[in-house]
Design a protein around this ligand. Sequence first.
Ligand code: SF4
Ligand code: SF4
Length: 288
Amino acid sequence: MKNKGAPDFGSAAWVEKLIREYWATSPQNRLKNGSDEKAWDEPLVGFARASHPLFRQFAKDLSPFYWTPEQAFQLAFPESPEKAEDLCIISWVLPQTATTRADQSQEKELPAERWARSRDFGERFNCALRLHISAALTTAGYPAVAPERLPEFGIQSSGRFGIASNWSERHTAHIAGLGTFGLSDGLITPRGKAVRFGSVVARIDLPGTPHAYDNHQAWCLWYAKGTCGACVQRCPVNAISEAGHDKDKCFNYIQKVTAPYAQKTFGTEATPCGLCQVRIPCEERIPG
Ligand code: SF4
Ligand code: SF4
């Protein structure tokens, strides 16, 4: 018998509960800094139908290597391919905590320790969350895959759009109603831009989250009103300008400076920087 108040099995509320419970109870959701501090604040969750035209638009723009949801699904389930109409994408936002953002706000050239830890241990939790949700859905009869966890996942130079991966968590979150892009390329969500994203593709019937925006840059003050530009000032290597985000400059600074610094100073792996994600009007909310 169904518990009173428990969401219906297979519903959007049920999926959201799976994500929130794992966030609340997983011991992996920690900064591992000698305290019991969680790596992330409570997640936001959105949904997209795989038939949404933007999935095909992105795959066309980044042809031939960007996956549609059905291509990612087929890599995991080659014996039972599905049409886009039968698949949904579950996307989530993991917000940085207020303490991590406050620490990072003090920094001008190199990432704060908490930020480096969330980029390493927090992202490991995010990977575990991707695998947990895809396994929980599959076990419950809704076959699911986390594209970012597939062995074929990778990044490469796309030519027109610079370095790109074959599945973008940010672009997926945008289609799932979770935010719009800012001048620095980050996705501004209702919990701001100091966040990370994850997603799974599943054979499940869920309604797409309505978009509270009418274009892909609607929540950035620069694009909406011609004001702000605060993220430009936050980048120590001028990788953000009126022309947008210079991915190569950003990539080089992270690879050559911030990642080795974090490894040597804090013993963390991964590639932290994110100075442009704090001390800005869209750090923790939709600005303006
Ligand atoms: S800091 Fe300002 S210009 Fe930069 S992304 Fe946020 S709202 Fe847009
Ligand atoms: S993440 Fe990239 S764009 Fe942002 S501050 Fe660091 S180097 Fe600059």
